[in-house]
Design a protein around this ligand. Structure first.
Ligand SMILES: [Zn+2]
Length: 312
């Protein structure tokens, strides 16, 4: 690389850094910084109390199945049919959900539910529906619960495990959860009321529309990612809200380091914003101690204490 080239490369890189910093600032200012920081940096005991207040007490009914009802503040509920390998896999999977995602989920009363024999095992209302056996995961906002199954059924009605996509799917569903929960702290354009969902923000809608328009102009073949594309350009979704949420969840998974579908290539503007939300949560979480280890039983243990225990 000659001097002139390296100089312009340096300038380009600097320009990019400045733009990114400005965007990070803009995004940070569109959130209730103090509220989010207060939550994530409260003592572990206070975080537990907050969780206890916000975990949904689900009325007895068809869903969820008795084995999947909440026991107090339980954070992770596993199928009683898990064998030892699945229990170990479940722990590995839980470790692959970023700490800041877990921290907000914990504080907002979120619950992770792992079933073995399809979602119908934990949600019996789906037992008579093929969807109860072929859909790998979902997030139910009214319950604040993320459901994921370790096995799916084939057309032969036999169950098979599909570990390859599991981490990505867990982080995709966690994306739906964060769209909902981080939205509680989003006050886009300084509004008094929280936005509800990040995917309802004007800047998010605009970014997604820009990317869709670009794909239309470039005649992009969306066959390989039709689940994440608008009906107007040959994708699956005519419902704009559904499209916004699915694209967000997948780009969140990609921000978490589990891309798979490489969707950011097609949604560069949308990805930049989702990554901005992701980084804002991560930066807030990391900004100060004390931090807690969030246990499956719903307890939060100060990091120092758990390290000490491990040292013994
Ligand atoms: Zn989804």
């Amino acid at each position: 690389m000659n001097l002139k080239k390296s100089f312009s490369a340096m300038m380009a890189a600097t320009g990019l850094t400045v733009t990114m910093a400005a965007q990070a600032d803009d995004i940070g200012n569109s959130f209730n910084r103090q509220g989010l920081s207060d939550r994530l940096h409260a003592s572990c005991a206070v975080q537990e109390a907050q969780r206890e207040r916000l975990v949904r007490k689900l009325p007895a009914g068809t869903d969820p199945a008795p084995a999947f009802r909440n026991k107090g503040i339980t954070f992770v509920i596993e199928s009683p049919h898990f064998d030892q390998n699945m229990k170990a896999d479940a722990d590995v999977l839980f470790a692959k959900i970023p700490e800041h995602t877990k921290s907000l989920a914990f504080n907002e009363g979120g619950v992770f539910v792992w079933s073995r024999y399809g979602l119908a095992e934990s949600l019996p209302s789906r037992k008579n529906n093929i969807n109860g056996y072929i859909i790998p995961g979902l997030y139910l906002p009214d319950q604040k619960r993320l459901y994921l199954t370790f096995m799916l059924a084939g057309l032969d009605r036999k169950f098979y495990a599909e570990p390859a996509r599991r981490t990505r799917i867990a982080n995709h569903e966690a994306g739906h959860m964060m769209d909902d929960m981080l939205g509680n702290y989003s006050h886009y354009k300084g509004r008094q009321q929280a936005d509800g969902r990040l995917t309802d923000r004007r800047d998010y809608k605009d970014a997604l529309n820009r990317d869709t328009k670009r794909m239309r102009q470039q005649n992009t073949d969306v066959t390989a990612f039709s689940y994440y594309a608008a009906g107007s350009i040959g994708g699956d979704h005519n419902d704009q809200q559904r499209l916004r949420r699915e694209v967000f969840a997948e780009l969140w998974a990609e921000s978490s380091g589990y891309g798979g579908s490489g969707l950011s290539k097609h949604y560069p503007d949308t990805y930049s914003l989702v990554k901005g939300f992701y980084d804002h949560l991560a930066d807030t979480y990391k900004a100060s101690d004390p931090r807690c280890v969030y246990k499956k039983d719903g307890s939060a243990v100060p990091v120092a204490t758990s390290k000490h225990v491990l040292d013994l």
